[in-house]
Design a protein around this ligand. Sequence first.
Ligand code: ARG
Length: 466
Amino acid sequence: MAGTSNKMWGGLFGESPDAIMEEINVSIDVDRALYAQDIAASKAHAAMLATQGIITAKDAKQIAGGLDTILSEITKGKFTFKRALEDIHMNVESRLGELIGPASGRLHTARSRNDQVATDFRLFVRDTLDALDESFAAFQQALVERALEHAGTVMPGFTHLQTAQPVTFGHHLMAYVEMAARDRGRFADARKRLNESPLGAAALAGTSFPIDRHATAKSLGFDRPMANSLDAVSDRDFVLETLSAASIAAVHLSRFAEEIVIWTSPLVGLVRLSDKFTTGSSIMPQKRNPDAAELVRAKTGRVIGALTGLLIVMKGLPLAYQKDMQEDKQGAMEAFSALSLAIRAMTGMVRDLVPDETRMHAAAGEGYATATDLADWLVRTLKMPFRDAHHVTGKIVGIATRQGVPLHEVPLKDMQAVEPKITAAALAVLSVESSVKSRVSYGGTAPKNVLAQAKAWLKRLEKERK
Ligand code: ARG
């Protein structure tokens, strides 16, 4: 049955693969997403082969023309992907044969699918990193704009999810700008290390043809060719690194999503989302569910799952290429889509959410949130050691609790019973406004700090876009 064996590698093979062999081997359903990168890399390779005199200029021209046709067929949805042809590389090459005939067979000179797939996927991950960076910059932009709007809006700050000290809503939002900046830094680092070309490593050992790997690297926008051919075909660090940066970023988004879920709960009621980012319940008419935030929180599982999955795929693999590595793409691609959706949903929610300023203000003063301000006053004005001031304040909080009043409503004489030197001036520091205003240390929550930081970020983001 010679005619039914695979025409790409079937020289030795008399029989077709078993149906289950084909089923487990095929990757076209996943790696068809690499078509643009595959075609770009093939064009770079063919041009280099001609420049080096390995194929004729005429053949190279035919190959390039055929590849362009294939690209447009695929983008227009007019290309038939065949599972029998296993993967994107063989689908493209086979179609090239139909289009240009024998010259197509010269494209694979001095190349293997091993360096081909490594190149394609690097290019794909690089495009992904660039797109993610753009989305995270848009997220930062939305946060900064809302922070400017709410630089002076007081809300409760929490530790242990217990009311701790008043902060401003703008300050809280700016925290996520910093987190996103680190995420973008990690994407940039991953991109830098990723940007070396495996093309020309061939199957694993390099090639005897006089190829120019520097030329193909350059034409594909890589900084240089990878130095070791075995490493070039077997390295998947670039996926792992991107997934790990993506996992940390997803964790950030998940934490923020969790805050939105908490804030919008009627029990808390600090923030409201509009109809655009909530759903109703089919049975409970009063419900307004933060589904988008919940799904952002959940998508994190996919991203971390993909990282864990690929680490496990890679952990036992000897050099160089092993077919296991074909499993590097599906989870990673799903993770990238999940993160891309999550960041866009978060950006939408940041633009949509409306803080309940009255509720935030009231909540900021609950739970004796300005107790530290009283202790600080005792230290500053009475020169009391902080530990003693903490003790005195604790006693006054005890009185307030027994009387069932906020700190600033504890009668002065009751405070003086604890510490005779306390004066009415101390009461002035107990408002939530004066509390946040006083936090002027670098990075602190004072509205003027927040305003300055948000403005600086606005400039920085604008400069980046130029
Ligand atoms: N579809 C394969 C993958 O994604 C391409 C490389 C196949 N190489 C091979 N020697 N069978 O890994």
